[in-house]
Design a binder for this molecule. Structure first.
Ligand SMILES: NC(=O)c1ccc[n+]([C@@H]2O[C@H](COP(=O)([O-])OP(=O)(O)OC[C@H]3O[C@@H](n4cnc5c(N)ncnc54)[C@H](OP(=O)(O)O)[C@@H]3O)[C@@H](O)[C@H]2O)c1
Length: 263
C-alpha cells in the first residue's frame, strides 16, 4: 500500500513538536524537517520508541536557504515520497526595531517565515494524492501592522494572504488553512514574555498541544484563517472597529520596551 506522509517543518520546535506528537498518536506517517541533524535524530528515536511501527523520515533543511530547499525537494523526488499534508510550523519571531537588524537577519526571517512556505507548498502539491491538506502557522501578530515587530507581522500577514489566495486556486481540490494563534509558551524567552503580560498573558496564551489540536481540527474542517482561543478571538472582534492609528500607537508603546531574537 502506498504511504502518504505529513511533512512537518520546524518539527524540533515547541509547536512543531506538538504537531509531531499529535499526528504520531493518530498513526500518521511523518516526514520531519529541521536545521539540526542531532535534534532530528533524537526526535525520531523518541518517536520510534513510543510508536515502533510508525513510518518516520527525517531530513535536514535550512528553509531560508535556496540551495538547501532545492536539495530537500530533490530528495523527495529521489525517495519518490508522496504527501497527504504539509504542516508549516517554521517561524522566526524576531522582535526589535529595524535599525537593529542586519541584511542577513532580514533575509533569514523573511525567507524562513514566508518564502519557505511558498516553496514547500508547491513541492508537496506536486507529490500529493487526492485532496491534500496545507496548514500554515500564522499569528495574531499578522492581523495588524506591529511596530517593533514589523517584519515578523508582515511575514505572517503575507503567509495569511498567500494561503487565502492558494485556497481559492485549489478550491475543491485541496484543504488550505492558515491559523492565527496568540502567544504559545514554547521557548523560555517566549514564556518570559508571556509572564510580563500579566493577566492578559495568562488568559490568552494556549499550550502548544492545544494549538496543534485546534489547528488540525480547523484544517480538517477546511477553515480559512481562524483566530485560535476565546480571548484572542474576543480581542480581535472587539478591536475591529477601532481606528488603526489607535491600535498602532498602543502596540508601539507596548512593544518598544522588549526585544526578542532567539535565531
Ligand atoms: N510561540 C508563540 O508565542 C507563537 C505565537 C504565534 C505564532 N507562533 C508561530 O508558531 C510557529 C512555531 O513557533 P515556536 O513557538 O514553536 O518556536 P520555536 O520553538 O522557536 O520553533 C521554530 C521552529 O522554526 C524552525 N526554523 C527557524 N528558522 C528555520 C530555518 N531557516 N529553516 C528551517 N527551520 C527553521 C526552528 O528549527 P530548528 O529546530 O532548526 O531551530 C524551530 O523548529 C512559528 O511559525 C511561530 O511564528 C508562535
Amino acid at each position: 500500500m502506498e504511504l502518504f506522509y505529513t511533512l512537518i517543518t520546524g518539527a524540533c520546535g515547541g509547536l512543531g513538536g506538538a504537531f509531531v506528537k499529535e499526528l504520531a498518536a493518530r498513526g500518521q506517517p511523518l516526514y520531519l524537517t529541521g536545521r539540526d541533524e542531532g535534534k532530528l535524530a533524537a526526535l525520531k528515536e523518541r518517536l520510534l520508541h513510543s510508536h515502533p511501527a510508525l513510518p518516520v523520515k527525517t531530513a535536514v533543511c535550512d528553509l531560508a536557504d535556496d540551495f538547501s530547499r532545492r536539495a530537500l525537494i530533490s530528495r523527495f523526488a529521489g525517495e519518490n515520497v508522496r504527501f497527504c499534508r504539509l504542516v508549516y510550523a517554521t517561524g522566526a519571531d524576531i522582535q526589535k526595531p529595524l535599525s537593529e537588524y542586519t541584511e542577513e537577519k532580514i533575509a533569514f526571517q523573511a525567507r524562513a517565515n514566508f518564502e519557505g512556505a511558498v516553496s514547500l507548498s508547491r513541492a508537496v502539491l506536486e507529490r500529493s494524492g487526492e485532496m491534500p491538506e496545507l496548514l500554515f502557522v500564522g499569528s495574531v501578530s499578522g492581523l495588524y501592522p506591529m511596530p517593533y515587530f514589523a517584519l515578523y507581522s508582515a511575514t505572517k500577514k503575507a503567509l495569511w494572504q498567500f494561503a487565502a489566495a492558494l485556497r481559492a486556486e485549489l478550491k475543491g481540490r485541496a484543504k488550505v488553512t492558515c491559523v492565527q494563534p496568540g502567544a504559545i509558551p514554547t521557548r523560555e524567552d517566549v514564556k518570559e514574555n508571556i509572564r510580563t503580560q500579566g493577566l492578559w498573558g495568562k488568559l490568552a496564551a494556549l499550550p502548544p498541544e492545544a494549538v496543534a489540536r485546534k489547528s488540525l481540527n480547523a484544517l480538517a474542517k477546511n477553515r480559512r484563517s481562524p483566530v485560535l482561543g476565546f480571548w484572542n478571538k474576543l480581542m480581535h472582534v472587539s478591536t475591529a472597529l477601532l481606528p488603526l492609528s489607535w491600535k498602532m500607537r498602543f502596540i508601539a508603546k507596548k512593544w518598544s520596551k522588549t526585544r526578542k531574537d532567539a535565531f
